[in-house]
Design a protein around this ligand. Sequence first.
Ligand code: G3P
Ligand code: MG
Length: 354
Amino acid sequence: ITGPGTSAMDPSVVDSFAFAFDIDGVLIRGGKPIPEAVEAMKVLNGENEFGIKVPYIFLTNGGGKFETERCRDLSQQLEIEVSPGQFICGHTPMREFADRYGTILVVGGEGEKCREVAESYGFRDVITPGDILKANAATAPFRRLTETEHRNSRDLLARGGKLSDIVVEAVFVFADSRDWASDLQIILDIAQSKGGRLETRSETFDEGPPIFFSHNDVLWSAAHEHARLGMGALRKIVETVFEDTTGGRKLKTHAFGKPQVSTFEFATRLLQQWRASQHGLSEAKPPATVYFVGDTPESDIRGTNAMNEVSENEWYSILVKTGVYQEGTEPKYKPRKLVNTVLDAVNHGIRREM
Ligand code: G3P
Ligand code: MG
């Protein structure tokens, strides 16, 4: 027999609330844990005055690695076991598009990693900017592939034809670009092509394939004291330069990640599965409150507040001061609670409940 609001497997696990965490600027900065983050995880795992354990998941806009690799890193950094069953990164929801498109262009990340991730999601024919540059070096006049890049890039011409035989059905920006100029050129070439056919130019500029970004963060919190430019900045440049080079035609691209409500809904499903598989809680009945802890008002707080509007349960936004948000400024999207660190956020949520 278990007490009210606790689980059958472990009676100290609470059923009525849960936490979801942003990563960069909340738990990690520049590859290193924010000191209070390690302590915050301990508190959630039972080292608190009430002796309770609180289920939690991670929801980052970042990406560029397999979810399993990222969880391994996070486990080390936070000194806990993090499972892919409690982790969503910017490109995770792209998985659901694998059956929809044949040939796709995948942009961003280190080396071949994002191609490998896309293939692991089930995408059947994944080409990269490196493949295009290998086939036609004139695509980006100042970009020279390194020897390794040249070796790893696939030979598109070995398919027996010309580049213009290849039709890109969708562009997916999986992770931050490592070479903005050549990636920008290649994305724009495809956006301005005849229906995604490489090396062609549309006369009407309205027939390019869809372009998806894994998130829309213009800024994010890395090692530097000031926030750094992120994928949302590249997205803005793509859209602006498209307009400038097509006589004013508008390009509408799409973004996954926070603050999209669909991303938070994806997170809700994951949280429910995680609570059930890990803690034996009901998968059908969500916790009454989910505390979301983030550092970026435009994505974390905006998305959590929007989710609170549409969801049956409460989504409670907590903004920390360790990342993009700068103390003393007025956040564009107001959190339910502003605190210094993730440890304060966890303590606030637990005390509000108990
Ligand atoms: O590129 C990563 C970044 O834009 C944000 O990551 O963890 O703060 O959502 P996160
Ligand atoms: Mg963040």
